[in-house]
Design a protein around this ligand. Structure first.
Ligand code: ZN
Length: 243
């Protein structure tokens, strides 16, 4: 059994709660990137990911913070302010760790990307982009049954297994596939949920079983530390709304 987490975004309270929630049977926790950016604890989150030995890829925020040539005009003003604040905080050791991450990783039957299969910065936000990426998976990764992606901070499964994915926390992704699965965000959900989410997955002969796990954490503490750090207040406010 393995777990997949994504988009921690420097939210230590959420990351710690998620790691406490991970079932004992889980052998490896895979991280889909955006470990930092927005939240008040970039170094603590990097330390935890490294110390836990999680295989991780990088997200656009990890790269924007650690690559000083990134043009911040691509980011909205609040995100850009967060990138600049995080640059000042991040230790050289953690910057080196983030820079060293690859943009994609694979295990038997599973692929892990930040944004999409064809572009780590693409947002898979509708059925059109999902089917285009599913076609690429079929063609270029015939052995991949499930591709985990993040970046949108929105829980999603495509194509919907036996009806709408939102109806059930546990999904049997049968022999067919491939499937695209977004575990949602640990540190900054944008689908209206205020709790952290991630998935646990198990490979079975009949296919892959994926179960969502929802984790309450101390949102107010994370908010208080964002405000105390002098980060834009909106980054604290949004945690209470999941937007
Ligand atoms: Zn993100």
């Amino acid at each position: 059994m393995y777990a997949v987490i994504s988009d921690i975004h420097g939210n230590l309270e959420a990351l710690e709660a998620v790691l406490r929630d991970v079932p004992d049977e889980v052998e490896t926790v895979y991280c889909l990137g955006d470990i930092i950016g927005y939240g008040a604890s970039p170094n603590e989150c990097c330390d935890l990911v490294r110390e836990a030995g999680m295989p991780s890829i990088s997200g656009n925020h990890d790269l924007a913070v650690t690559d000083l040539s990134t043009n911040l005009a691509w980011f909205n003003p609040i995100a850009a302010a967060a990138v600049e604040w995080t640059r000042e905080q991040l230790t050289e050791e953690n910057a080196r760790f983030l820079r060293g991450l690859s943009r994609m990783m694979q295990k038997e039957g599973a692929l892990f990307v930040h944004g999409s299969v064809r572009d780590p910065d693409e947002y898979i936000i509708n059925t059109a982009s999902a089917s285009e990426n599913l076609a690429i998976l079929r063609e270029q990764y015939p052995n991949v049954r499930v591709c985990f992606f993040g970046h949108t901070h929105v829980k999603a499964v495509a194509p919907s297994p036996n009806g709408p994915a939102t109806g059930s926390r546990s999904l049997d992704l049968g022999e067919g596939g491939p499937y695209l699965v977004n575990p949602g965000s640990v540190g900054q959900p944008r689908d209206g949920d205020t709790f952290a989410s991630y998935v646990v997955a198990e490979d079975a002969r009949e296919g892959t079983r994926v179960a969502y796990r929802f984790v309450e954490y101390d949102v107010e503490k994370a908010q208080a530390r964002i405000r105390a750090a002098g980060l834009p207040g909106m980054l604290a406010d949004r945690l209470a709304h999941g937007r």
